[in-house]
Ligand binder design. Structure first.
Ligand SMILES: Cc1cc2nc3c(=O)[nH]c(=O)nc-3n(C[C@H](O)[C@H](O)[C@H](O)COP(=O)(O)OP(=O)(O)OC[C@H]3O[C@@H](n4cnc5c(N)ncnc54)[C@H](O)[C@@H]3O)c2cc1C
Ligand code: FES
Ligand code: FES
Length: 473
């Protein structure tokens, strides 16, 4: 049985571990406030909160219940829109939506309330901009976003600043309860979770077992097939999501999510990487999507994979108690073909910490700014000394069957002065090094052109004083 706290009470389900939480809520628990839209993690109508007990307090994150397997609920707190309703009337968040006219048909509204609640649970100093950003994964088809984003801004004003220092502390919860943003039962959930004694059972791993990390790729694509498949859940494996820096090497556990990486600050002095991660997918997806899943999924346009290729990262791979290492650029052998045997697990990603002489930049072109995968993306890292490139690592996505390390372009730049001519050489070499195909995201010719522009953009962004952007672009 999978046991957890559903809103204010203990709940156990006999559904298979691979059934999705949205179905549990609507079909088994009769909680139909959580809406079913796309079932692909795209629209946010099914947003719920997942509370994970920490050593002290509970960390709540907004997640899409349509791509969340029920196994992930075990020993955790699941909160739906019914779980944030006050006993009478509307909560302040619900009232703001009404006052701002931010709901017409109301289909998206429960998801929006849950994302705003998650935002307030996850911050002690709410601000307008970040409150509006927290709704990047919630699509509304009829109201229009001006009133919705005005509501988000009003919400941060209503909440004010929490007296707590940390958003998982009890003081922070008490503050939200006092503001009537959360019902009082939230204050007893930690004790209820500790009393549950939710023992983990290690999955039996067979040749047919599918490994699930965040499940955002797997469950968006094949939730029906996974419902009755043997699954191994990595989120339950300890030691896979740490992020540490040791002797100038950064080690990121394969189970670390995009949100974990942003929160760790490990990219804060790494060019535009932190900002770029904030544009990956949506808050709900970033809360679950792992770096290991991004790499092993082997999508030619995986944003994290493209970034780690430019960081010249190495992978540590486990097979039982044996471990081996492989260079990320050698990991991809063909379309969805990897240097990874059945039973092997990607444990961590390691790269050299950036020093003050290394410059890195990531560029992505997609059909829309938020919630979209790239048509073409690229990252570039340059180690520079005295105006000369000592080492270059450039990667490109969407231009080959695999996420590509641009060997020839990277090699051609070694020892070159940083000038517009050098940037033009990089653009020409990159274009000649790839053979994209026509697909829904663009023609081969368009993608080649785009890659050239992205390579040029790396130089313009990183070396504005040395490059003549007008000549280059
Ligand atoms: C709406 C939406 C928007 C998205 N937008 C973006 C985007 O903007 N940019 C982007 O790059 N991606 C995007 N994605 C794709 C996805 O979120 C990422 O690729 C994510 O990083 C996958 O990680 P995961 O943990 O969810 O992988 P999972 O779905 O759990 O797993 C993916 C694959 O990797 C395998 N696997 C996972 N971890 C390991 C491991 N440690 N060892 C061995 N095998 C493993 C699994 O078996 C599976 O085959 C989006 C997805 C959705 C649903
Ligand atoms: S139903 Fe659209 S994100 Fe879940
Ligand atoms: S109010 Fe109708 S979809 Fe948002």
């Amino acid at each position: 049985m999978i046991s957890f706290i559903l809103n204010d009470r203990e709940y156990a389900t006999g559904l298979p571990p691979g059934a999705v939480t949205l179905d549990l809520l609507r079909e088994e628990a009769g909680l139909t406030g959580t809406r079913e839209g796309c079932r692909e993690g795209d629209c946010g109508a099914c947003t719920v909160l997942l509370g994970t007990p920490l050593q002290q307090g509970i960390e709540y994150r907004a997640v899409n219940s349509c791509i969340l397997p029920v196994a992930e609920l075990h020993g955790r707190h699941l909160v739906t829109i019914e779980g944030v309703n006050p006993e009478e009337g509307l909560s302040p968040l619900q009232q703001v939506i009404v006052d701002e006219g931010a709901s017409q048909c109301g289909f998206c509204t429960p998801g929006i309330i849950m994302s705003l609640t998650a935002y307030l649970l996850g911050t002690v100093d709410p601000d307008d901009l970040r409150a509006a950003d927290s709704l990047a994964g919630n699509i509304c088809r009829c109201t229009g976003y001006v009133s919705i984003s005005k509501s988000a801004k009003t919400v941060s004003g209503i909440a004010g600043h929490s007296p707590a220092e940390c958003c998982t502390s009890r003081e922070h919860l008490e503050w939200l309860v006092e503001k009537e943003i959360l019902p009082p039962y939230f204050l007893g959930v930690e004790t209820m979770l500790h009393a549950m004694d939710a023992v983990e059972s290690e999955a039996v791993v067979s040749g047919k077992t599918v490994t699930v990390a965040g499940g955002t790729d797997l469950f968006a694509a094949e939730a029906e097939d996974l419902r009755n498949t043997d699954l191994r859940f990595l989120s339950r494996k300890t030691g896979m999501n740490g992020i540490t820096i040791l002797e100038n090497r950064v080690l990121i556990g394969a189970g670390a999510t995009v949100r974990d990486i942003i929160d760790s600050g490990v990219f804060c002095n790494s060019g535009n990487l932190e900002r770029s991660l904030q544009l990956v997918a949506s808050p709900q997806v970033r809360n679950r999507a792992t770096v290991g899943g991004n790499i092993v999924n082997a999508s030619p346009i995986g944003d994290l994979t493209i970034i780690f290729l430019a960081l010249d990262a190495r992978l540590r791979i486990l097979n039982g108690s044996d471990a081996r290492e492989v260079q990320l650029k050698d990991f991809f052998r063909g379309y969805k073909l990897l240097d990874l045997s059945p039973g092997e697990l990607l444990e961590s990603i390691v790269y050299k910490e950036l020093d003050s002489a290394t410059f890195i930049n990531f560029e992505k072109v997609a059909m829309r700014k938020h919630l979209d995968i790239a048509s073409v993306n690229s990252a570039a890292a340059f180690s520079v000394s005295g105006g000369r490139i000592e080492k270059a690592d450039i990667s490109a996505g969407g231009v080959a069957p695999v996420p590509l390390y641009l060997e020839r372009t990277s090699a051609a730049l070694r020892g070159m002065d940083i000038t517009t001519d050098t940037a033009q050489l990089a653009v020409r070499t990159a274009r000649s090094e790839v053979s994209p195909i026509d697909d829904v995201r663009g023609s081969a010719e368009y993608k080649k052109l785009l890659l050239g522009k992205l390579v040029a953009a790396h130089f313009v962004e990183l070396f504005p004083g040395q490059i003549n952007a007008g000549e280059l672009l």
